[in-house]
Design a protein around this ligand. Structure first.
Ligand code: ADP
Ligand code: MG
Length: 286
């Protein structure tokens, strides 16, 4: 499975330019994390890949052929969890998943539904009305429908939203297992999820790609740009992006990222979160 996004732009009818000249190549097997602030264009990019939206310029290629020619085929290869997922409140979990399995044209519907109910740990809720589910349980139903038929390409838009820490870990491990021989693209705000399971990262802001590479490469790019110091040492004009501030008995300990760290800052190894914030803050400063 290979997805090639070439010079893709997307302008909504409102005039909002959500993506500008985006170029990315995705190749299985991979678990790729899409990171970026709210409004960066993550969901727009995912909708284009799911053929739920057509680009205003450029093109998406699937296994070397234009997506516009392969739309039907792509849809049969794809599991997609949109960010705003409307569930059918009046159905039970099983009814809803059987309906989705029918839409996907799956052959062994009952088995496929049982398999995903098991995968997302919803056995005891299979007969429950969707209306009666908690936020996290609804999210799990959304993930379940994306997994139906075990597709080789998964697009998951903020899949761990609304899940508690234990559930989040369960799901990111599940995505990681699926990605062993498939292509999984997930967007998230949770750096920990990316750090724990993603082998590739794409950072996007204001509709443009800021970075593609491994988590290690993103960290490397921030080396020498992370420092810690006591708050009383800070001079006004420092222009630092403070990422942590802890009240201690010795004073206020700060951590910051910036292009030029002041002399009183002691340099520290960047974490992935530091590296992400450094990248975004540099772009915002421009
Ligand atoms: P993200 O998922 O990274 O938060 P989105 O892709 O949802 O970002 O949105 C990118 C930009 O496009 C935002 O400024 C958003 O307000 C705008 N946008 C998204 N959907 C539409 C739409 N249907 N019509 C007009 N503007 C939109
Ligand atoms: Mg979004």
């Amino acid at each position: 499975m290979e997805i090639d996004i070439r010079k893709v732009g997307m302008t909504y009818p409102s005039g909002k330019r959500a993506l500008k000249d985006v170029g990315i190549r995705l190749k299985s097997p991979s678990l790729t994390g899409l990171l970026g602030p709210n409004g960066a264009g993550k969901s727009t990019l995912m909708k284009l890949l799911a053929a739920a939206l057509m680009p205003s310029s450029g093109a998406v290629f699937v296994n070397g052929r234009p997506l516009s020619e392969k739309e039907r085929e792509l849809k049969s290869l794809l599991g997609y969890l949109p960010q705003d997922f409307g569930l059918f409140d009046e159905l039970t979990v099983t009814q809803f998943l059987e309906y989705m399995a029918a839409l996907k044209g799956l052959a062994h519907r009952k088995d496929a539904v049982e398999e995903v109910i098991h995968a997302v740990n919803l056995e005891e809720k299979r007969k429950a009305g969707i209306r009666t589910l908690s936020g996290g349980q609804r999210q799990r139903v959304g993930i379940a429908q994306a997994l139906l038929g075990d597709p080789p390409f998964l697009i998951l838009d903020e899949p761990t939203v609304g899940l508690d820490p234990e559930e989040r870990i369960h799901f990111r491990n599940l995505f990681s297992r699926r990605a062993q021989n498939r292509l999984v693209l997930l967007s998230t705000h949770i750096i920990e999820d990316v750090q724990s399971v993603c082998d590739q990262i794409i950072v996007i802001n204001h509709g443009g790609i800021l970075f593609t590479g491994t988590p290690g490469e993103l960290i490397q790019a921030a080396e020498g740009h992370v420092g810690v110091f006591w708050e009383e040492e800070v001079s006004r004009e420092a222009g630092l992006h403070i990422t942590a501030r802890v009240n201690t008995s010795r004073g206020i300990r700060c951590r910051a990222v910036g292009d030029d760290l002041p002399s009183y800052a002691r340099s520290e190894e960047p974490t992935l979160e530091d590296a992400y914030l450094y990248l975004i803050s540099r772009e915002e400063a421009r």
